[in-house]
Design a protein around this ligand. Structure first.
Ligand SMILES: NC(=O)c1ccc[n+]([C@@H]2O[C@H](COP(=O)([O-])OP(=O)(O)OC[C@H]3O[C@@H](n4cnc5c(N)ncnc54)[C@H](O)[C@@H]3O)[C@@H](O)[C@H]2O)c1
Length: 311
């Protein structure tokens, strides 16, 4: 199949590209390299350096490549940037996505897979509960508002134009190639700092010195599998891509310390304004076995150790 992966030079997108190529698909990548890196790009993928905000170039690429499926991973991914610059966030994440959807309709793309966020869309998840797609969304940041708005546009494009789509709501994704500035940057940040012998800081959930916020950390390979299922048409609707397992920031630190065999200096940081205390999602039953946290952290730590730019 011909698949266009937007954001295919980024952390998650580049792993999706590798998996699609390995399955024999023809892959083109649209990416402006704002946070993505050339070195993540598979040589067999066609690469187009295009900004999603550039409507005519987005249309021209889709008209020329004629993908059957568009896997839309490109985004302004920083929640804090979205808070400081909500207009820029909306220009990329809403208007840029609409350029893509319009081009899909115009040029007969059969299906769109959209990388949304479960980590940000559900808001605070009470103790003992897991958020499901049936929950009323409570987006608290401009980033989450933009993701939810594209989900709604996809509904509209489905009913107006028959454009088929799958919405994948990711929990906090971690793994090799992660940039330390994304939504789940803590794994990458801690791995880099521990390898360099620098202190790590656990920001408080409530009071400095506690175990930090609770998140649902999902390994990138599990996210890739969900995307492959969706691209190949076996996964539709709105789906949580998650583990359902709550983990604190301290557990992340401990897993990485064990994997790296280092003696860390751990500092107690304050509570960060705007941080959710707890976010855990009910994983979609179709996702199958997920990577256990300890093994995922060990694989991630090994990658950062071997990565020349990592330390
Ligand atoms: N990492 C997570 O935990 C997480 C959680 C929920 C959702 N997501 C979503 O998953 C997707 C991939 O995120 P990631 O973690 O791999 O981040 P990333 O920053 O590594 O990837 C985003 C990619 O999009 C590209 N991009 C950004 N703005 C662009 C623009 N205007 N035009 C073209 N390309 C542009 C970047 O260069 C980069 O390659 C994003 O849509 C993100 O919102 C990620």
């Amino acid at each position: 199949m011909k698949v266009l992966v937007t954001g295919g030079a980024g952390f998650i997108g580049s792993h999706i590209v590798d998996a699609l190529l390995a399955r024999g698909h023809e892959v083109a990548v649209l990416d402006d390299l704002s946070t993505g890196r050339r070195r993540n790009l598979a040589a067999e993928a066609i690469f187009e350096e295009i900004d999603l905000r550039d409507r005519s170039r987005v249309h021209e690429l889709i008209a020329r490549f004629r993908p059957e499926v568009v896997c839309h991973q490109a985004a302004q991914t920083s929640v804090s940037v979205s808070t400081r610059e909500p207009v820029r966030d909306a220009e990329v994440n809403i208007v840029g996505s609409l350029h893509l959807l319009d081009a899909c309709v115009r040029h007969g793309v059969g299906r769109v897979v959209f990388a949304s966020t479960g980590g940000a869309i559900y808001g605070e998840v009470p103790e003992g509960e897991r958020a499901t797609p049936a929950w009323e969304p409570k987006p608290l940041s401009p980033y989450a508002c933009a993701k939810l708005s594209v989900e709604r546009y996809l509904d509209a494009y489905r009913s107006e134009h028959g454009l088929v789509s799958t919405v994948l709501r990711y929990a906090n994704v971690y793994g090799p190639r992660q940039d330390p500035h994304g939504e789940a940057g803590v794994v990458a940040i801690f791995a880099q700092r521990l390898i360099a012998g620098r202190p790590i800081r656990i920001n408080a959930r409530r009071e400095p010195g506690d175990d930090g916020c609770v998140r649902d950390y999902v390994y990138v390979d599990d996210v890739v599998r969900a995307n492959v299922e969706a691209v190949e048409g076996r996964l539709t609707g709105t789906v949580n891509v998650a583990t359902g397992v709550p983990s604190t920031t301290r557990q992340i630190a401990e897993g990485l310390v064990a994997a790296l065999g280092v003696t860390p200096t751990v500092e107690a940081g304050p509570r960060r304004a705007g941080d959710l205390e707890r976010s855990v999602l009910e994983p979609d039953p179709s996702l199958g076995e997920r990577m256990p946290l300890g093994e995922g952290l060990a694989r991630t730590a090994a990658w950062f150790e071997g990565d020349a730019g990592g330390a």
